[in-house]
Design a protein around this ligand. Structure first.
Ligand code: SF4
Length: 365
């Protein structure tokens, strides 16, 4: 399960309302949740459920599925019922699918009002249906599909334009006394995105879904998302996150979890503290760190394992960790909870660390 208690939160969280996406609380001090989106055709129920199962296994807490056609809408009820995690239907152009998704029992719907013509007229009906079913709505404003009126007013998707769009759309729901909302204002430029969320955070108390849209391939997208989410979460802004990568969605979840762990917003599981190596290294640190990481993969306990290349910082870091090795002279000193428990030849470092890690994990259970 997902640890509930933050390790050492980076900053006090912004005060926000709380909504519930299925069993997952979002906002109001709830732990920041990680979500992703399937890449399968939603109408292909088997493939979609298979991908949702993989996402669930990788730690994804909420999953979104696209709903561009009637066949997709027809698949929602089965997917929502069989998924292990709450399913959000993502609707862009057709309000009729919003109603279908609510009827189908989706845990939430995402609407992009900039893309739904006559959205204003439909809000009353959407609010009524959503309230009847207890379904929250995400207002998902996206730089690429900003309301034409605002695009004309601001010339482009500025932070102010994104925020005005979101708040306008929220006000339409508020007119019908519907506040079961969360909001996103995504942009592909972290600088614009950070400013948009900062302004939005000051202007309302809705929970916020963070995302850098079209962040790019894995390497670039990971960095853009980490930088942008880090800037916001370190000010307490953000209640649920989605990392967008042009890569398999389970990768997005991995990155999202790492971001939260790095900010102390989630209890770390395994953490490898390894040195970058330098001219003093007496062992192949990269190889050793990779082998230890691979060997401990899947361990579900918050272990901090230090892998250090030499005796300069090695013993110090290894002592600070739960478990560690400091290498030198073809040998590795193995530390457990600050004490040298044994010294082994280099060839046995990895297996010894794994053995000791297993013992510690047993004790921590
Ligand atoms: Fe270099 Fe040793 Fe520091 Fe690793 S621990 S970076 S090898 S000085």
């Amino acid at each position: 399960g997902v640890p509930e208690v933050p390790a050492r939160p980076v900053a006090p969280r912004r005060v926000s309302r709380q909504i519930h996406v299925g069993p997952v609380a979002v906002g109001g001090g709830a732990p920041v949740s990680v979500q992703s989106m399937t890449t399968t055709r939603t109408s292909d129920i088997g493939a979609t459920l298979q991908q949702i199962a993989e996402l669930t296994a990788s730690g994804c807490q909420i999953v979104r599925v696209a709903c561009p056609t009637q066949d997709d809408a027809d698949a929602l009820a089965t997917i929502a019922r069989k998924s292990q995690i709450p399913v959000i239907a993502d609707i862009h152009f057709q309000p009729k699918y919003v109603f279908a998704a609510i009827e189908a029992g989706c845990a939430a719907v995402r609407v992009n009002p900039g893309n739904i013509k006559k959205f204003d007229d439909q809000v009353k009906e959407i609010a009524r249906a959503a309230r009847d079913h207890g379904t929250p709505v995400r207002i998902g404003v996206n730089a690429g599909s900003l309301d034409r009126r605002l695009l004309q007013k601001y010339g482009k998707a500025t932070p102010e334009a994104l925020v005005e769009s979101a708040l306008w759309e929220a006000s339409l729901f508020e007119e019908h006394d519907f506040r079961d909302l969360k909001i996103s204002v995504k942009h592909n430029d972290p600088v614009v995105m950070i400013e948009a969320y900062r302004q939005l955070a000051e202007s309302c108390d809705y929970p916020l879904h963070l995302g850098v849209t079209e962040a790019g391939p894995a390497f670039q997208g990971t960095i853009k998302s980490a930088v942008a989410f880090g800037a916001l979460l370190s000010r307490g802004i953000g209640d649920t996150i989605r990392v967008s990568l042009s890569a398999p969605p389970a990768e997005e979840v991995k990155v999202g979890i790492q971001i939260l762990e790095s900010l102390g917003l989630r209890q770390r599981r395994l953490e490898i503290v390894s040195c970058p190596s330098c001219g003093r290294a007496q062992v192949d640190v990269y190889k050793l760190a990779d082998e230890v990481t691979a060997g401990l993969d899947g361990m579900d306990v918050p272990l901090r394992v230090a892998v250090m290349g030499c005796v300069v910082n090695g013993p110090g870091e290894a002592r600070e960790a739960d478990l560690g090795v400091a290498s030198g002279n073809g040998k590795g000193q193995i530390f457990v909870k600050g004490e040298v428990v044994k010294t082994v030849p280099e060839s046995r470092i990895v297996e010894t660390l794994i053995e000791e890690a297993m013992k510690l994990a047993e004790q921590m259970k």
